[in-house]
Design a protein around this ligand. Structure first.
Ligand code: SF4
Length: 274
């Protein structure tokens, strides 16, 4: 089996930064998982005592809290600030940007439209910065059903595909009196997506390594499937099914932005051993 790696894959700057913060801040707590990769979260807990807490009410005075890469709702952050806890913000700057835009534009009287998944922590956080009720859509079809105002401001979840954002933006430009479009898709996501697209055209089977709840990993899988129908998402080498490789010669590997190299290496080694 010949293995080809995507030109750009794996850890992005925001995730690397968050992990460095967590490793330095031993025995701290993160509000929700720091990144969307359960294996890396367990490593941080075992090696550095970094625990995950889901509820702000459970955080006791004197603890050190790290804000995860996806950010948290504004109300949660304000609540934490009223407690006697140390806060280190590991929110990725690419996530802080749409939070700031949404807060500013909603105060300026623009109706906020977010292209994203309303159940995703990043989107929940961004929504909380709007001073009015934002509209969240995950597709153009959903947008067509929504009641939109005359003056709108559009932002995107950082991990969305640019061509889908473009469709949404085009619709708004032609249906609103004033449309302010902010491309808040992050560069790391764009680079990984473009590399996955290129590689998936050259291979017989494509493996995407990453957390199953990770939005950017799922987007990579969707992109790979457009060119290579034998594309699969695995969290680690144990998820590989040997039947996927029968009769195949070239295997492409890419990985989500929160997938560490040590997991990618194990996946690669197992495929190489075929
Ligand atoms: S994928 Fe982009 S937005 Fe998300 S943590 Fe990485 S750099 Fe930041």
């Amino acid at each position: 089996m010949q293995i080809k790696l995507a030109k750009k894959y794996g850890f992005c700057f925001g995730v690397k930064r968050a992990i460095q913060i967590a490793e330095k801040t031993k025995n701290s707590i993160t509000l929700g998982p720091l990144i969307h990769n359960p294996k890396e979260i367990s490593r941080l807990e075992v090696k550095f005592g970094v625990r995950v807490e889901e509820d702000t009410q459970m955080i006791k005075n004197g603890e050190h809290v790290i804000i995860r890469t996806h950010g948290i709702p504004k109300g949660d952050l304000e609540y934490l600030k009223t407690k006697d806890v140390q806060i280190t913000d590991a929110t990725c700057p690419y996530v802080t940007k749409p939070q700031e835009i949404v807060e500013f534009m909603s105060k300026e009287g623009y109706q906020i439209i977010i292209f994203g998944d309303k159940t995703h922590p990043e989107v929940k956080g961004v929504m909380s910065y709007s001073t009015t009720q934002p509209i969240v859509v995950s597709s153009l079809e959903e947008l067509k059903e929504a009641k939109i105002g005359k003056k709108i401001a559009l932002v995107s979840q950082t991990t969305k595909q640019a061509n889908n954002l473009l469709q949404i933006a085009s619709y708004l430009i032609t249906h609103c009196y004033e449309a302010r479009i902010f491309n808040t898709i992050c560069n790391a996501t764009l680079d990984n997506q473009e590399s996955a697209r290129e590689l998936s055209k050259e291979v017989d089977v494509m493996i995407v390594v990453g957390g199953k709840t990770s939005s950017n990993t799922k987007q990579l899988l969707n992109i790979a499937l457009q060119n290579c129908t034998d594309s699969y998402l695995v969290e680690d080498e144990n998820d590989l099914d040997m039947r996927w490789f029968e009769g195949k010669n070239i295997c492409g590997i890419t990985a989500g932005a929160s997938t560490p190299d040590w997991i990618i290496d194990k996946v690669k080694e197992k495929i190489q051993s075929l």
